[in-house]
Design a protein around this ligand. Structure first.
Ligand SMILES: NC(=O)c1ccc[n+]([C@@H]2O[C@H](COP(=O)([O-])OP(=O)(O)OC[C@H]3O[C@@H](n4cnc5c(N)ncnc54)[C@H](OP(=O)(O)O)[C@@H]3O)[C@@H](O)[C@H]2O)c1
Length: 268
């Protein structure tokens, strides 16, 4: 398996939001495939711990943590400096942020941060690292979106819209890169058991929470076979049920769900 991936895509993987959750699992599953890692995250302590553990588990690999916040416009310089001279064969755009609450109450700083982290940073990383993949005629891009991006989501509308953007952007880019030998896959997780998810949603969603390993495994299984996927059957079914409704009903159902789950965070 490992020889395949390094030969097929290149020797190094660059992952954002790599200290925890889905990004850490992408790092681990890249390492399982023999890829050296550049792990970027803003949480220095978690990142150092995560990188040290992976270095222990995969002693033959090179693992470089880089503490950087992709929410800062200048983030790219630090990442490019760390990646100088390395063949980045796999890019994982995973870091994201979102604000729950009434849109009219959302501060401008939060809106700008979501634009920067969820959209601008992935675009700039793609423009920085994918031209070399195209030149080599091989490479892989994983963009992490969300099932939330499939249908409008009241009280989470800016985050959901940024994920709708991520999915739509990825679909267009998939076609542009396909003939250059670069695979792109957009992962649309549903409720996945990560620190970020569990912090805000302590179980009210019920049983449909997917283990992070299975969520990420789906991305590795399907890259090169299709553009993207919701990685869990319950999520695919819920998505199909919502899309079968008139849009007003589907959005209202999302809104009622959000009111229940985030009652404590919303103005009455
Ligand atoms: N878990 C789910 O149910 C779910 C569902 C749909 C989509 N997703 C998507 O999956 C991706 C990962 O989510 P997750 O649940 O794994 O999150 P997580 O458990 O919170 O882990 C995300 C990691 O990324 C870091 N990070 C956040 N903003 C960053 C920034 N500006 N620069 C650098 N690092 C940053 C976080 O650091 P801090 O701890 O300091 O924030 C954290 O270490 C996101 O794109 C999210 O939208 C997740």
């Amino acid at each position: 398996m490992s020889q395949n991936w390094t030969e097929k895509y290149g020797a190094w993987a660059l992952i954002t939001g790599a200290a925890q959750g889905i990004g850490l699992e992408f790092s681990r599953q890249c390492a399982l495939r023999g890829l050296n890692l550049i792990m970027a995250d803003r949480d220095d302590d978690e990142l150092s711990r995560a990188a040290a553990k992976l270095a222990e588990d995969f002693p033959a690999l090179l693992i470089r943590p880089i503490c950087t916040d992709v929410g800062h416009e200048a983030f790219l310089g630090a990442i490019e400096a760390e990646c100088q001279g390395l063949e980045i064969g796999v890019l994982v755009n995973n870091a994201a942020c979102g604000t729950v609450g009434q849109f009219l109450d959302t501060p401008e700083s939060s809106l700008r941060l979501q634009l920067q982290v969820n959209m601008l940073a992935p675009m700039r990383l793609i423009q920085a690292f994918v031209p070399a993949m195209v030149e080599r005629g091989r490479g892989a891009v994983f963009n992490v979106s969300s099932r939330t991006g499939e249908i409008g989501s009241p009280y989470f509308s800016t985050y959901a819209a940024s994920k709708a953007w991520m999915t739509n952007f990825s679909e267009g880019l998939w076609y542009e890169l396909r003939d250059a030998g670069v695979d792109l896959f957009v992962l649309k997780p549903d409720q996945t058991a990560t620190p970020g998810y569990l912090k805000y949603s302590p179980g009210e969603f019920g049983d449909g929470i997917q283990p992070v390993e299975a969520c990420v495994a789906e991305a590795f299984e399907y890259i090169g076979k299709c553009i993207g996927r919701i990685p869990v059957e319950s999520g695919r079914q819920a998505d199909a049920a919502l899309k079968a409704m008139p849009i007003e009903e589907a959005v209202s159902a999302n809104g009622e769900g959000m009111k229940q789950v985030f009652a404590g965070l919303l103005k009455q």
